[in-house]
Design a protein around this ligand. Structure first.
Ligand code: F6P
Length: 323
C-alpha cells in the first residue's frame, strides 16, 4: 500500500471532517501518500484528486460540513462511470480508497471494488443512524443534540401559549433522530417509520389530556413516518380538534450542520484511524463500525440501510415518562 484516497459522499454529516483528518494523519504516520477527492465520486470522474498533507487538515476537527465537499453522483451507478473512475485513480497510482458516507455510497464502493483492483473501506457518515454493522454513525449524536436544543426552545413557547406542537425531524427511512430527540425532550408522542402509529389513538389521548387541562403537548415526527410528516399530522389534528391551538415546526437542515459533538469527533477519529489500519492489514471492502465499543468490520455488501425492529420498551418509556 502506497497511495490512498479519501472522499465524502452523499448527505454531509457533522464529524466528516474529523474522519478525514484522522485518515490523512494516520496515513501520513504510516508513510503513505494521501489524496483528497473533491465532491465524492464525481470528483474521481472529474479528476479532482489532490495530495494532502498533515496541515491540509489542521483546524477542521471542530468544523461541520466537509472540506472535501460532497455530492450524489449518478454516473458512478453505471459501469462506464466506474471504469473512468478507476482510470483516474490509477493515474495517481491509488491503491486504496476510503469512502465516508451512507449506504448508497457503500453500494457504489462495493460494486467498484468487485470490478476493479482497488480495495475500498467505508466509514458510516450519516445523521440518520440507519446503517447495519455499527452502533452509531458519524453525525447522529450532533444531529440529535441540535434537535433537542431546538425542541427545548419550542417547548418554552408552547408552554407559554398552552399549545400543541408537531415537530418534524430528519430521517428519510429511519426514526432514530425522532426517537432519541423525543425521549430527551420529554415529547408526549413520537412517530417514526419503524412503528405504525394510529393517529386516531394520539388524537384520543390529546382529547383526554385536554379534559385534564394538559394543553401543552409535543409530537415529534420523523420525516419518513408513514403518516406523511408534520404538516399532515397537524392537518388531521386540526380537523378533529379545532379547539387545540396547534402549530408545526420542521427543523430541516439545521440538523445537518454545526460543530460536531465530542462523541462524534471521537467516533470519527477512531473510525478514520481504523480505516487506514484495515487497509494496511489487508482487510478490504468492509465498512468500519463500532459495536459495543470495539471496532467491527462489515462486508460492504452487508452495510446496508438497517430498518431495525425497535424494542417496544422504548415506547413504554415514552408513555410512562411523558404522562
Ligand atoms: O440522509 C440524511 C438526510 O439528512 C435525511 O435525513 C434527509 O431525508 C435527507 O438527507 C435530505 O437530503 P437532501 O439534503 O439531499 O435534501
Amino acid at each position: 500500500l502506497n497511495n490512498i484516497a479519501v472522499l465524502t459522499s452523499g448527505g454531509d454529516a457533522p464529524g466528516m471532517n474529523a474522519a478525514v483528518r484522522a485518515v490523512v494523519r494516520t496515513g501520513i504516520y504510516h508513510q503513505l501518500n494521501v489524496f483528497g477527492v473533491m465532491y465524492g465520486y464525481r470528483g474521481i470522474l472529474k479528476n479532482e484528486i489532490f495530495p494532502m498533507e498533515s496541515k491540509s487538515v489542521a483546524n477542521i476537527i471542530q468544523r461541520g460540513g466537509t472540506i472535501l465537499k460532497t455530492a450524489r453522483c449518478k454516473e458512478f451507478y453505471e459501469y462506464e462511470g466506474r471504469k473512468k473512475a478507476y482510470e483516474n485513480l490509477k493515474k495517481h497510482n491509488i491503491d486504496g480508497l476510503i469512502v465516508i458516507g451512507g449506504d448508497g455510497s457503500f453500494n457504489g464502493a462495493q460494486k467498484f471494488s468487485q470490478e476493479f483492483d482497488i480495495p475500498c473501506i467505508g466509514l458510516p457518515g450519516t445523521i440518520d443512524k440507519d446503517i447495519a454493522g455499527t452502533d452509531f454513525t458519524i453525525g447522529f449524536d450532533t444531529a440529535v443534540n441540535t434537535a433537542i436544543e431546538a425542541i427545548d426552545k419550542i417547548r418554552d413557547t408552547a408552554d407559554a401559549h398552552d399549545r400543541l406542537f408537531v415537530i418534524e425531524v430528519m430521517g428519510r427511512d429511519a426514526g432514530y433522530i425522532a426517537l432519541h430527540s423525543g425521549i430527551a425532550t420529554g415529547a408526549e408522542h413520537i412517530m417514526m417509520p419503524e412503528r405504525k402509529t394510529e393517529l386516531n389513538d394520539i388524537i384520543e389521548e390529546l382529547q383526554a389530556n385536554e379534559r385534564r387541562k394538559k394543553l401543552v403537548n409535543l409530537i415529534v415526527v420523523a420525516e419518513g413516518d408513514d403518516t406523511g410528516g408534520a404538516n399532515e399530522v397537524a392537518r388531521r389534528i386540526k380537523e378533529t380538534c379545532p379547539q387545540l391551538d396547534t402549530r408545526v415546526c420542521i427543523l430541516g437542515h439545521i440538523q445537518r450542520g454545526g460543530s460536531p459533538t465530542c462523541t462524534d469527533r471521537i467516533l470519527a477519529s477512531r473510525m478514520g484511524y481504523a480505516a487506514v489500519d484495515a487497509l494496511l492489514e489487508g482487510i478490504h471492502n468492509v465498512m468500519i463500525g463500532i459495536v459495543n465499543d470495539k471496532i467491527h468490520y462489515t462486508p460492504l455488501d452487508k452495510a446496508v440501510k438497517a430498518k431495525q425492529e425497535i424494542d417496544p420498551e422504548w415506547f413504554k418509556i415514552v408513555k410512562i415518562l411523558a404522562s
